[in-house]
Structure formats: C-alpha cells, structure tokens
Design a protein around this ligand. Sequence first.
Ligand SMILES: [Zn+2]
Length: 440
Amino acid sequence: MPSATEQQHTFGKTASLSGTSLHTGDKVTLKLHPAAADHGIKFKRADLQDEPTIDAKIDNLKTVERSTTIGEGSVRVHTVEHVLSALSAMGVDNAVVEMNANEPPIGDGSAQPYVDLIKKAGVTAQEVPRKFLDVREPMHIESKTGSLLVLLPDDKFRISCTQAGPDNRFTQYLSMEITPAVFEREIAPARTFVFYEDVQSLMDKNLIKGGSLENAIVVRGDAVLSKEPLRFPDEFVRHKILDIIGDLALLGNRIRGHLIAVKPGHGVNAELARALAREQTRRSALAGPHPIPIGEGGLAPDEVMQILPHRYPFLLVDRIIGFEGETKVIGMKSVTINEPYFQGHFPGHPVMPGVLQVEAMAQVASILLFKLTKKSSRVGYFMSADGVKFRKPVFPGDTLIIHAELTKARGARLAKTMCHCLVNGAVVSEGELMFTFLDT
Ligand SMILES: [Zn+2]
C-alpha cells in the first residue's frame, strides 16, 4: 500500500476568495472546488458563456511575459503561477479553480492568500496513487539572458535557487526541499518584486491597473519600497522559488529531482516544463507492453480489416496488440522485404518511407477513434500532422510498434493524437496527428 503522501489529493469542500485582479483592476471571486482522481487542475471561466475550462497543462501555455498565461481556443486565464504554486506545493492534485474574470485576485502578491484558502477547503486523500516524474539523468536549459536551470536526479523535490537583479544587485541564494510545511512557512509569504525601471514602462502601457505597493515590492536603485517591511531578508529568492513551483506545476506529474536554478524566470521555467513533458511522453511510449502475441482486447488482422477500409498494399497495421484504457492503443506492422515500395525506395538500399510510417500512425489512431465513437457510419479524415520527426531508418525485417494516444477531443468533431513508432524499443518516428469526423 502506498503511504498517505503518495495518494492523489483534492479538497474536502469548496472555498472562495475575493479580491482585485492585477492587470485589469477588476473585482474577481475565485472558488476552489474538489475534483475526481486523475482530473488534474483545471481553470473555469464562470463569467463566459458555457463556462469553458482550461487544463493547467504545459500544452496550453500561451505567454510568459512577466506572468504565466494559459488558454484553449480563444479563452485565456492570466497570472496563474501563484495559485498553481500553492496548489502543487500544498499537495493538491485535482481541483477546479473557478473564476469570474480572466485572472485570479492578486492579493498581497504572494501565495499566502491561496494557502489560507486551500486550508479552508481542506486537503483530503483519494484512492488513486500520485503520478511522479523521476529525473533519471541530468538535464539543463540555458537562456541568452543568462538564466540556467539544471535538473539532477534526487528522491525528493528540491530547489536550490540563485536570484540576481540588474547589475547583480540583490543577489540571494536559498536551497530547500519543497514540502507543504516548508512551502507554507518559508515560501508562500514571499511577495512579487519589481524593479522600478520595469514597472514604469508597464504603467505607461496601462498594463497593471490593479498594481500598487500593496501587492508588490518595488526596488528603486538600492532602495526597497513596500507597504510593509520585507518579510524575509531574502524575500526575492523565495518568490523566485514560488514562481518556479507554479510554472513546473504545468507538467501535471510531480517531479522527483533537484533543480538548480540560476536567475530563473517564467520563460526558462516553461521551457524546462516543456522538456520534461516531452521526456514524459517518450517514456510512456517506451514503457508500453510489447508482447507480440495478441493480448486480451487486441485485434487480429481480420478484425483490423473490419474496421479499416485499407487493403494491401496500403494496409499498414497487421494487428492491434492492445488498448490501455480509453485513450491509448498499440499496433504492430511487420516490415518485410516483400513490401512493394522497397523496389524503388531505394534499389539496393531498402528503407521504409517516412510518410508510410505517418500513414501507419494514422491507421492505428483511426482504430482508437473508431473504438471511442463506436459508430461505423462515421469516417475520420486525417487533417494535419505536426511535429513529425523521423529519428532512425526502418529496414526490412523490422517490427514496427505503433503507439497512438488521444490527447485532445473537441466535441465529437475533432481529435488530436500523439503517435510514436518504435523498433526494438527505440523511437524511430513520431508526430501529432489531427482528425475530423464526418457522418456518412
Ligand atoms: Zn510571481
């Protein structure tokens, strides 16, 4: 049995908080609602028609200029990093964050109001284990502006951060393991800080209507201006750690690793979250079961042909090895020297064309979509392929293992899938394929 800290957690009840939004200066009410296991964190815009929700996922990240904005379609929520930081660090895995504006209340510029709210809602364990991403080998991200993030293996989530202002003024360093108790005591109270030269231009652009000394510390030269004195002598580096936790929360899974951050910012933080998300996808593709004999729930060749209209030489799936839940499928194709395309691609040097690997991915993905909609009268059309990469050549004699995972479905009309082809456990090609459906 996993210990209590390894279970997913949500709230005991709904709790709400009102305040002013930073950028528009409007009044906003934020409500934290409990959510089911594996739901993740979603923001809900209760002020818009149909109350759309946005997944707090790195794929939905839109901009990182000064704060973190996520969106889906035309719907946006801004400045999500402080509330996400509090949710993640206080151990909340599943929640609906409902707001009647496009931004949470800024409060005092720290995560303290959200920690108080989370405690008011109560954090309770759920029956499903938490998902972790274990850092297995060092990774690093470096920016042109001098930021450096290095992630090392560790069995806990630790951050060692160095913050430095312009001309290295206010250089501060702090290292700690992030736990709910440490976050509440050491990190959550640390407020946003800005350098005067930066806010002046924002004020001119009218970008911070709700901004004042009540919700940020302003640094002018060597002077620190704020409504109340500094809460910690090194309050700035603490706020940087707060922002890192919030930005990395967009990964979804919890990180077990030691992050060494030098001059971090939303841009590099997001870049690291993206790199980690790619690593996560790659691992889940590699981790799939690869037994060639058909497992329960798999499809034999004749069953594949009942679903797909394709026939030799254009049928590029031999069988379906199995399904994982509702959203994943694994298929296989034995690539033999008898394939007609090897005659010309290339004479004396047979290599499977990359476009046919994409076609194989599309056929496997179609089987998944067919299973989901369970309607044979609908035809899925292949609309687009993004991020297609061919990493290794595929030769006669190889067995292509084809993974397809549904990543997004918009109504019953659109579906997005992430697909990988593997040979001997290594990714040979990948791509994100989008489909639309038409009734026949
Ligand atoms: Zn911040």
